[in-house]
Write a protein that binds this ligand. Structure first.
Ligand code: PLP
Length: 397
């Protein structure tokens, strides 16, 4: 017996839309932020360094530099590596636009590479086939929170003399062979957007073991000035030089204080995400039309997203209809992401087209992300399961 779908005028499983992701803010977070409002510095004060130190320690890196967004973090990594016109950067076809845009910001060319069909992670073999004499770096994206195969990628980069950058915007708190994300590539970029693992409203971080790159990112986030206001105070001078083109990519003390408080909660937030993912796995093991993405054995998944693939042979509807039906039931499903090389900016600027990354193109027609965030209640969770059951028993075959 199937109930009438909300899409067809039936009663929705939920009255209010459940978003696919959402921040978790507690009293301590609020107090940490308010304390900065009462202090001397709203930006470029002591809360920045406190956050950076705690972050570096949490991810096992020598240096962490706070910046204003994950996009700024990626831009800063490209600039630190000195990439520019004539250089190529390999990026996976399935990622957020910022991964590729970071290369464009410095005048380099992003080269889209196909993904592993089971995990949607950058495929090292496909990456190798994209290497030319202009290739300078590979950006690995830990899609959905699952770290890439960093041993294979490091071998590949070592063999061809390339830099390895991690877009770790999904995977803070994850591990690869018991090593924390943030210590796995030469430079790693993080985002603190509200849907990510921890939040500062907007914000980002770069982690690296290199003092030279760390220092470049520090200058880059503040106009590449040769001396900041503290150095000038210490030296008793008002003069400074601008050595390169830099930006205002600073993260304020308000945001950093929130970040430090959130970072303290990271282990609990990750544990909760993993628990919800485990319950989803269990609940969906009976359904034949949907399957979660494959997990690799060597990684500790951070579960930024819970992504399932739909088996087109087992449903009598296209994905668009399924997404609409779930949305009508009150479930905030989402698609991460349309393959970048098919979006008009990249087609126009880079001449990319359909057929360039066939696995990404066909998989993106079958994936959807279900709501997953630490503050989901038991009732939220149950409503997702009920809606998925309802929609797939209607459209299933
Ligand atoms: C969120 C995200 C970014 C950009 O982060 P912002 O903080 O929104 O600028 C970059 N790459 C990936 C994979 C992301 O998910």
């Amino acid at each position: 017996m199937t109930k009438r779908l909300a899409l067809h005028g039936g009663t929705p499983v939920r009255a209010q839309l459940l978003p696919y992701g959402r921040q978790s803010i507690c009293e301590e977070d609020i107090e940490a932020l308010v304390a900065v409002l009462r202090s001397d510095y709203l930006t470029t004060g002591p809360a920045v360094e406190t956050f950076e130190r705690a972050f570096a320690e949490a991810v096992g890196a020598r240096h962490a530099i706070a910046v204003s967004s994950g996009t700024a973090a990626l831009h800063a990594t490209m600039a630190a590596l000195g990439l520019g016109p004539g250089d190529e950067v390999i990026v996976p076809a399935i990622t957020f636009a910022a991964t590729a845009n970071a290369a464009l910001f410095v005048g380099a060319r992003p080269v889209f590479c196909d993904v592993d069909p089971d995990t949607l992670l950058l495929d090292p073999c496909a990456a190798e086939a994209r290497i030319t004499e202009r290739t300078r770096a590979v950006v690995a994206v830990d899609y959905a929170g699952q770290p890439c195969d960093y041993d294979a990628l490091a071998r590949l980069c070592g063999k061809h003399g390339l830099h390895l950058v991690a877009d770790a915007c999904h995977s803070l708190g994850g591990t690869y062979d018991a090593r924390p994300v943030g210590s796995l590539a030469e430079l790693s970029a993080f985002s603190f957007h509200p849907v990510k693992m921890i939040t500062t409203g907007e914000g980002g971080m770069v982690s690296t073991d290199s003092a030279e790159w760390a220092s470049h990112v520090r200058r880059f986030r503040s106009h590449c000035m040769s001396r900041d206001y503290r150095d000038r105070d210490r030296a008793g001078t008002w003069s400074y030089d601008i050595t390169e083109l830099g930006y205002n990519y600073r993260l304020s003390d308000l945001q950093c204080a929130l970040g430090t408080s959130q970072l303290r909660r990271l282990p609990g937030l990750i544990a909760r995400r993993r628990e919800i993912a485990r319950q989803y796995d269990e609940a969906f093991s009976e359904l034949r039309a949907v399957a979660p993405l494959k997990r690799t054995r060597s990684t500790g998944h951070a579960y930024h997203l819970y992504v399932v693939t739909i088996d087109p042979d087992r449903v009598r509807a296209d994905r668009q209809t399924i997404l609409k039906a779930l949305k009508a039931e009150g479930i905030g499903v989402n698609v991460h992401y349309p393959p970048l090389h098919l979006l008009s900016l990249y087609q126009r600027r880079l001449g990319t087209r359909r057929g360039d990354c066939p696995r990404a193109e066909s998989l993106c027609e079958r994936i959807m992300s279900l709501p997953l965030f630490p503050d989901m209640t038991e009732a939220d969770f149950t409503s997702v399961i009920a809606a998925v059951d309802k929609v797939f028993s209607h459209f299933g075959r």
